[in-house]
Structure formats: C-alpha cells, structure tokens
Design a protein around this ligand. Sequence first.
Ligand code: GTP
Ligand code: MG
Length: 454
Amino acid sequence: MSSDPVPDVPLLAGMGGVNSTESHSVHFGRKAIIISRDKNTHEFSSLAQTMGIEVVDVVVQKGKPNSKTYLGTGKLQQISEELRMAGQGHHWQNVDLLLIHSNLKSSQLVNINDLTSVESWDRVRLLLELFTIHASSVEAKIQVRIARLLADRSILRELINREHTGERLGFGAGGQTGWSNVMTAVSHEIAKLRRKLKKLDSSLSERRRQRAKSGALTVGLAGYTNVGKSSLFSSLSGKPVLIKNQLFSTLETTVGRMANQPRILMVDTIGFIDNVPAELLDSFSATLQESLSCDMLLLLVDASDEPEEIRRKLATSRRELFGRLDDGNSNNTLVVLTKIDLCTDEQLREAKEIVHFYSSFESSLVSSVTGQGIDELRASVMTMLHGPPIKINIYAPKDDGDMGLVELVSRVYRETLVIGVEENSNQTKISGWMDKANIARLMKDHPNQIQISI
Ligand SMILES: Nc1nc2c(ncn2[C@@H]2O[C@H](COP(=O)(O)OP(=O)(O)OP(=O)(O)O)[C@@H](O)[C@H]2O)c(=O)[nH]1
Ligand SMILES: [Mg+2]
C-alpha cells in the first residue's frame, strides 16, 4: 500500500470558516457544550466522547429550528457571552467547541460562527472528524478526506457568496480572492483523490471477482455502529480485529475465513448510523458495497439495547441495507441478536418480538463474549448457504489400498462442519456440512468407503 494521502489544502476550522489556521487536529481532551433542539442527545454525546471530547453541558432550546441560526439569535448570543465570562469554577471554563445536534446548512453554520466566534461543529463535522481519526487504511483515509473537502467546499461557496454580496466584508482571513483560491485548490484535490480512489476501487472489485471465481461464498456482517460486528467476525473466523466500545471503530473492510470452512469468507465492515450526510455515505459506497455484494447477510441487532433503540437502529439498518441492495439478495438475510450475555430472558423475548414484528427474517441469538449461540449460528449460515446438513457414512477398509478408518474420519473432520457423530467398529457416521467441491473429491478418492445421504 502506498503512503497516506498528502493534504494539499488546509481544512477549515469548525466548518464556520472563521479562519483556516485555527483548525485543530487533536481533539482529545477538548471541552464542549452540546446545543440541541431535542432532549435525547445520548448518541450525539457518545460520538463526541468516542473522540475524547468532554461534554460539559447540554443546552436545549425546544421548538422549531431557526432557519438562519438553528437556535434563536438571542440564545446564541447569551451562550457566547456566558462562555466569554466563564472563569474559575464555572463548568463552562475552557470550553472551546460548540457541538450542534443537527445536520446544518452551510449558511446556518457560518451564521452561528459569526454570532458566537466559537468553533462550531454540526453533526456532519463531528462525524467527519471522528472518521478522520479512525480511518486507518489508505482507502478509508482518502474516502474521509474527500468527504471533508466536499463539506468544506460548501462552506467556501457560502463565504464567497457573502463576500460577493458584501454581507460579510472584512470577516475571516480569506477575502474574496483568497477564498476563491482555496476553493480552486479544494476542487483540484477532490478530483485527484477521486482518481486515486477509483484505482483502489477497481483493485477491490478485482479481488471480489477473484473470490467469486475461486468458488468461495461470502457472508457480510452488517448493522448499526457498535452492535458487535467485529466481535462476531472474530468469533466466527478466529481472526483478531479491532474491537472497541466506541462508535465507528471499523471503517474499512476485513475479510476472513470462517473457522473449519475455508471456502466461506466473512466480511466485516463499517456500521450504520441515523442521518448520515450523503457526501459521507457516497465516499464510503465502495466499502459498503463490499459487504452488500455478499452471498448472505447477517444483520446484527444489539439485544441489550432499550426496545425503542432496537426499533430505531433496526429501521436505520434496514433502510441503509435494502435501499442499497440491487435486490433479490434480501432473502438471504439472517438477523443476529448480539450481546445476549447482557440480557434477561424478558429482554430477549422482547427483542425477538420486535425483530419479528419488523422483519420476516429468521433470527439467531449469540454472545461473542461467552460464545453462546456461535455454533448454532454457524449451522444456520451453513444451512442458508448449502441447504440442510448431509450424512457421511465412512466405512472401514475392505480392499488393499483403502484408507484406514481413523485416517479417513480425520480427513472428513478437517473438511466438515460437524454436528453429530455415530461410531461402531467398522463404520462412522458423521453429519454436518461439507463444501460441494470437497464432497466430490472425497467420493472420487474413496468410492468404496464413502456414502453420502441427506
Ligand atoms: N457483553 C458483550 N459485549 C459485546 C459483545 N459483542 C460485542 N461486545 C462489545 O461491544 C462493543 C462493540 O463491539 P465491536 O465488535 O467493536 O462492534 P462493531 O459493530 O464492530 O462496532 P463499529 O466497528 O464501531 O461499528 C465492544 O466493547 C465489545 O466488547 C457480546 O456478545 N457481549
Ligand atoms: Mg467494528
């Protein structure tokens, strides 16, 4: 892989475009206030905390968002004044960031910045900053940077427009020609990064083609962020990946073989969240496509969530998934309720009810921590991909050249996902799933000693 994309232009601070030199690159340890029209700011707050930002207060102003400034101008001025005055002992002391609990229009962000002179992020910018920190592959880094530049470009457009109309004269570091130059540089960089991404995309789809040609079947893991996709991926494949109690730990795709089933590949990838801005989703579409173009999908639902949260996250996941599928594929979906070790029986019953109310898919219960339900899930995956299990009768050697029973049984064991065994002195019956190509080879190698039945 080549090195990281080299930034050509500075990113704008806080999307308010106050001054490009103000841009912080480290947010860990910063203090922020959340500003919201809605009381439920839990998820928004978690996103900030995932980045190491301390949310010291939540200011809620009920009512319809103001089309120009989201909150009323009076309220914003009051917040800005109080921030300036917040001295020793005030819990707003050292707050240098306003987090606005909504996806705002560029004009609203610029207005808020002008009114408060404090770095302000809306939900889009918060996600972009978080993704920037978590992106580790070259591809993810390019995807996030494109999305950031697109967001900055819409702010720049707003700034240029205002300076044109004289609305914001003398404000900011750019000046009309200054901003126009930055805008040109941003557009050039976007074009350059898109070309790079296209090259990477084609090598990704080449890898996908190769996998399909090899006859391997793929199982995608999909679901809301933090639902437990990477944990389940590790349990099923035995391959260690990054698992963290934070939102969007995973931004790139990892492929691993299912344990005992080398020709079944598991695909772990980015999670979903409500109201993702289009520019962010678009830049991740190749990554999402990777899990969507699988032979089978596991749609994960966190059973330990509150019922309301289960409903909301399930709805988002379904919308993101099935809105994107070319279709036909949605039949091959299995809902997996995760984190069942954290649930009471009553919670599990309710979670299952919700899933069945909203979807017609079969569901499976697992805990990646205790391993509960993992074998059963493997069996369900195999049944969906290969049909019901088969019975393999293995006979003791009769003629010269036949293989010893123990040796032949251990070969079958190696190539089968075993669910049952019956043994007697001259015959062993194994039931389970075996890859079609392996069955053919086994029968060819040992025609007198192997008999397959359903
Ligand atoms: N108790 C319990 N915790 C779990 C289980 N599965 C995952 N977790 C925890 O849930 C958190 C998120 O797990 P991940 O596997 O990283 O979730 P993810 O869906 O990959 O998350 P993102 O990549 O951030 O979207 C971690 O703290 C895990 O340890 C489970 O079965 N039981
Ligand atoms: Mg993950």
